[in-house]
Design a protein around this ligand. Structure first.
Ligand SMILES: Nc1nc2c(ncn2[C@@H]2O[C@H](COP(=O)(O)OP(=O)(O)O)[C@@H](O)[C@H]2O)c(=O)[nH]1
Ligand SMILES: [Mg+2]
Length: 186
């Protein structure tokens, strides 16, 4: 019987790959509140990367089995600052947070710093892993800049790269955060 649950939240700028990540691993159909970027979303359209045709208005929800008896509950939070309060809703019993960095974004480091600062209070007491997504060979590494942003936000977190479209890549990241959370709680 599946009876242990662990809550994980994904944060990061719009288009970073949060919804993709949850869809890659979820054992259930993802519950998503993605809406078209039309007039409904107009107030936030300036925060969207070019070419993006949907935005997450509330959050994505998925689940992934871990081991024999565990389940990861996955919450993808909206990237827009206006929805930061959503994090308060899911923070209860949170095992860890994954901050997603879009290596293809115009200002990935500034985006990360803004995300971390926005959620500073919750992140000060919750294990954090930073994942750099959309990394291609031959491009300069974002790792030093990301480490710098984490430090500037006053946090300590491992920084890894992953392809969030790939289930095993995501599973490796989840395993890392489970290990950190277990280590922290002894
Ligand atoms: N090339 C590439 N594209 C990705 C990757 N992960 C996500 N994407 C694309 O990035 C776009 C935004 O992803 P999405 O998951 O909607 O971002 P969210 O706003 O953080 O939920 C989508 O078109 C995805 O297909 C990746 O690892 N590599
Ligand atoms: Mg999304």
């Amino acid at each position: 019987m599946l009876d242990r649950t662990y809550k994980l939240a994904l944060i990061g700028a719009c288009g970073a790959g949060k919804s993709t990540c949850i869809a890659s691993v979820s054992d259930i159909p993802v519950i998503s509140t993605e809406v078209p970027l039309d007039s409904t979303a107009a107030p936030f359209s300036d925060q969207q990367p070019a070419g993006k045709v949907t935005m997450t208005a509330a959050f994505d929800y998925g689940e992934m089995a871990v081991g024999q008896e565990g389940r990861l509950l996955l919450y993808g939070l909206p990237g827009q600052q206006d929805f930061a309060f959503m994090f308060d809703i899911v923070q209860n019993g949170l095992m860890g947070v994954i901050a997603v960095v879009d290596a293809e974004a115009r200002t990935p480091i500034q985006d990360l710093l803004a995300t971390l600062c926005l959620h500073k209070e919750i992140l000060s007491r919750t294990p954090l892993v930073v994942v750099i997504n959309k990394v291609y060979p031959g491009r300069g590494s974002l790792v030093p800049g990301v480490l710098d942003a984490v430090e500037r936000a006053g946090m300590v977190a491992p920084v890894v790269t992953a392809d969030l479209r790939d289930r095993s890549s995501v599973a490796t990241v989840f395993q890392l955060i489970v290990t950190i959370a277990e280590h922290r709680h002894g």
